[in-house]
Design a protein around this ligand. Structure first.
Ligand code: FES
Length: 479
């Protein structure tokens, strides 16, 4: 299953083996944050290289819905309440600027990436009050936001908040164009980072600055990011035969769906859940079912899923990795707003490395203190992880191998022990150890994607046990 972006973009990046032992800056990860940061650093004369375990854009950048927007669900009203108007205003400004910076870069470099300026809408069928508050909050922070009651959506809504001057694009066409002009080493997995040394499977490099642009930081300590982030999955389909919209849409109700066009296609997204909580599956079918109700005669052209990191206070972590590692930098926790957040991160990290002022440093600092209102998220996440850690040890398996139907997986008691099992359509059995190699939580079966997912911090593995998503760094054991 490939995203519409992977199907429609052509990568022409020279494949090369690591031929460097030193660089001023090493960026780990060639997604949007890594490539954009490397781009700005290189433009400023920094000797920067990018190391990528897989391929450019093969992670979340290739699986986004690719909206470039400062409209981050109902964030502004919450930020004003929790952190004050000045803090919320800076967040709004950073994200509004990021949209303009994309436009400027795309125009200056003449990047053909289907960039279009559009209005972005949050809609509701039942919670107009929240939208009114959000519209008022965003407007008070200088965003061109307004409440409307009529939209082009093919169903009734109580209202929508419109943010003007937002954008959408093709993330991989954009990313590949920049990456082609950088020193990127694909299929070069970083194994360890210590001080100024980056150890990879293809050799070691020394660098003054090291940037972790790996979606979820894989280093456990220092930083302890696993204690302050969790991951969620969401799903998208692209269909032909639907409507052409002027705007981009996102529903705020529990079953709210997102819509945007890409050329003649409609991308429909939603059905999110915390990683590791998907025992029944059926997300793509539900999205397609909703789409068919709106536009009969549609045809599905692509389907894909995304994984997003969520911080405790809804603000990404961008800046110095930890107090004890002043030359390490990190950018993570963009929630569902990775495109805009990547630009904010790239500008901020570039300024930090070049020792320039950046007014957003404190706002996004990974070392910021939690305000009281979000401390409960910390306790909830800690308890949640503790429960899943102990479950592996004390909770018996629910079923036996004989109970598994072909094409299904689950935790079973087999040969006297608790194991993960998947029975293929032809009856072949694949067994895995259900202990997550990151910190030992119990992995859970994802019925939609036939993967083993970790509810604690979101690592994922295919049914054979091969690593798909970090923070884990290795495959799971096979039984
Ligand atoms: Fe941390 Fe699994 S991802 S224990």
């Amino acid at each position: 299953m490939e995203s519409i972006w992977k199907i429609t973009a052509k990568k022409q990046i020279e494949s090369k083996t690591l031929d460097r032992i030193e660089a001023e800056t090493v960026v780990i990860g060639a997604g949007m944050v890594g490539v954009l940061t490397a781009w700005f650093l290189q433009q400023n004369g920094n000797d920067v290289i990018v190391l990528e375990a897989n391929e450019v854009g093969s992670g979340q950048t290739g699986n986004t819905t690719a909206k470039i927007t400062s409209q981050h669900r109902l964030i502004y009203d919450k930020l004003i309440c929790n952190q004050g108007i000045e803090f919320a205003g800076l967040y709004a400004k950073a994200n509004e600027e990021a949209i303009k910076q994309y436009k400027k870069l795309i125009e200056r470099e003449a990047i053909l990436c289907d960039f279009e300026e559009k209005s972005s809408y949050l809609y509701t069928k039942k919670d107009l009050h929240s939208l009114m508050r959000e519209a008022e909050a965003a407007h008070s922070l200088g965003i061109s936001a307004s409440l409307v009651t009529e939209t082009e959506l093919p169903f009734w809504v109580e209202g929508a908040v419109c943010f003007e001057n937002q954008a959408q694009f093709h993330p991989l066409k954009f990313l590949y164009t920049l990456a082609e002009k950088l020193s990127v080493y694909e299929h070069t997995k970083v194994l360890k980072v210590e001080g100024n040394n980056v150890e990879t499977e293809k050799g070691n490099i020394k660098a003054e600055n090291i940037i972790f642009a790996t979606h979820y930081p894989f280093v456990i300590r220092p930083g302890y990011y696993f204690m302050r982030m969790h991951q969620e999955r969401s799903y998208a389909i692209a269909v032909e035969g639907a409507q052409q919209f002027q705007g981009m849409y996102l529903g705020i109700d529990e079953d709210g769906i997102s819509f945007r066009n890409y050329r003649e296609l409609m991308i429909i997204g939603g059905e999110g859940h915390r990683t590791g909580e998907n025992p029944f599956g059926g997300q793509y079918e539900k999205l397609y079912g909703e789409a068919v109700k709106l536009w009969s005669g549609i045809k599905e052209k692509a389907r894909w899923s995304a994984q997003d990191c969520f911080t405790l206070d809804d603000i990404p972590y961008i800046g110095t990795f930890s107090k004890s590692t002043p030359n390490w930098y990190v950018a993570s926790g963009f929630q569902k707003w990775g495109m805009t957040g990547s630009m904010v991160a790239a500008r901020l990290l570039t300024d930090k490395i070049l020792k320039e002022q950046n007014e957003y440093q404190k706002l996004f600092s990974p070392q910021r203190k939690l305000v009281c209102q979000v401390k409960k998220n910390f306790f909830y996440d800690s308890m949640y992880s503790a429960v899943h850690l102990t479950q592996r040890i004390i909770k018996p398996a629910k079923g036996e191998m004989e109970d598994l139907l072909p094409g299904h997986g689950g935790i079973v008691k087999y040969q006297g022990k608790k194991q993960g099992a998947y029975k293929s359509e032809t009856g072949e059995i694949f067994l895995v150890d259900i202990k997550c190699p990151h910190l030992g939580c119990q992995l859970e079966w994802n019925s939609q994607e036939h993967t083993w997912d970790c509810p604690c911090h979101g690592s994922r593995f295919d049914y054979r046990g091969n690593l798909i998503n970090n923070p884990a760094q290795e495959d799971i054991g096979k039984n």
